[in-house]
Design a binder for this molecule. Structure first.
Ligand code: UDP
Ligand code: MG
Length: 306
């Protein structure tokens, strides 16, 4: 019998654990001819998330739990889930029911037709701030301009993927993973799946500003060298300013020589520091890769490998 695995990252989701488990179980039990498993990853929550998961997992062996030693982030949590799945088709879904579990059977039909990555594309996003909608929209547009692989607009990590794609993903060695980009990078037969993203069932977003900036920079740095080549454009701007200032100083503005020189010097310092900043971002990523520390540390597992 074929098997569907569902990967659910959770961070401070005590209000949602029960309803998420019930909703997923109802949908998965309703899919005829398939076995299933639900893998919840507790990403270092210190509330009752783990306690609640443990209680359910004691009664239902289909619920498997991985618990991290601390918060390692959403992308690390999903990556850890992908390492332990045993299904033929794997679904990645948020715990907060923003991506409706009821869509899984339709995604599975597309998988049966032969598609290997069925990614959810949001046609509507309820209950999210204007700021979040605007920054998300800009991010996807900028990313696509910069990226060497086409990353579909307005997609998150909600998707159904084939076992062989997950095997490829599990063998990618990089640490700061931007999963939606890496799924595009792998290729295979991809299909978009339009859906309406609902409001969070309960609680607040766990994606703080800092986490969003980290995700955005993982996307851009991980998929583009263009910021580095932009340094050439900056150097050209510095050069043109130099010529223009030179002409101004010696032809028109002899009396303002000192102030102009100070301005020119400051502007060039700004450009040099900007270039250094761009380079330092890439160097810090290389440093991360070279250190080769694990992307997450598992503290506890329940019902896994049994
Ligand atoms: N999440 C996680 N670790 C984190 C942040 C979030 O595992 O550090 C989980 C969270 O519990 C949820 C999913 O990732 O299941 C998406 O997070 P959230 O709903 O807060 O993000 P949003 O939908 O607002 O972008
Ligand atoms: Mg959410």
């Amino acid at each position: 019998m074929k098997k569907v695995s569902v990967v659910v990252p959770m961070y401070y989701e005590e209000d949602i654990v029960d309803v998420c488990y019930k909703e997923l179980t109802k949908v998965l039990k309703g899919i005829k001819g398939y076995d299933y498993e639900i893998i919840c990853i507790n990403d270092g929550s210190q509330d009752k998330t783990l306690e609640l998961l443990e209680a359910i997992a004691k009664k239902d062996k289909k619920l498997k739990v991985l618990s991290f030693s601390r918060n390692f982030g959403h992308q690390a949590a999903v990556s850890a889930g992908l390492k332990v799945v045993t299904g033929d088709a794997i679904v990645i879904i948020d715990a907060d029911l923003q991506d409706p579990p009821s869509l899984i059977p339709d995604m599975l039909k597309l998988w049966e037709e032969g598609y290997e990555v069925i990614y959810g594309k949001r046609k509507k996003r309820d209950g999210e701030s204007r700021f979040k909608l605007f920054t998300a929209k800009m991010f996807y547009r900028i990313l696509n301009k910069l990226s060497s692989v086409h990353i579909p607009m307005d997609t998150g990590d909600f998707r159904l993927v084939d076992r062989k794609v997950v095997d490829v993903m599990n063998n990618l060695p990089e640490h700061n993973k931007f999963l939606r980009g890496l799924f595009s990078f792998t290729g295979f037969k991809q299909k978009e799946f339009l859906y309406e993203r609902h409001e969070r069932f309960a609680g607040q977003t766990k994606y703080t500003m800092k986490k969003m900036v980290k995700l955005a920079s993982d996307g851009i740095i991980g998929f583009s060298y263009k910021p580095l080549t932009f340094i050439f454009v900056l150097s050209m701007i510095a050069f043109i300013t130099f010529i223009a200032s030179f002409v101004c100083i010696f032809v028109f503005l002899k009396h303002y020589l000192i102030p102009l020189l100070i301005c020119l010097f400051s502007f060039n310092t700004f450009i040099i520091l900007l270039c250094l900043w761009i380079v330092s971002i890439y160097i810090s990523r290389i440093y991360d890769e070279v250190k080769n520390r694990p992307s997450y540390i598992v503290d506890k597992t329940i019902n896994i490998g049994e």
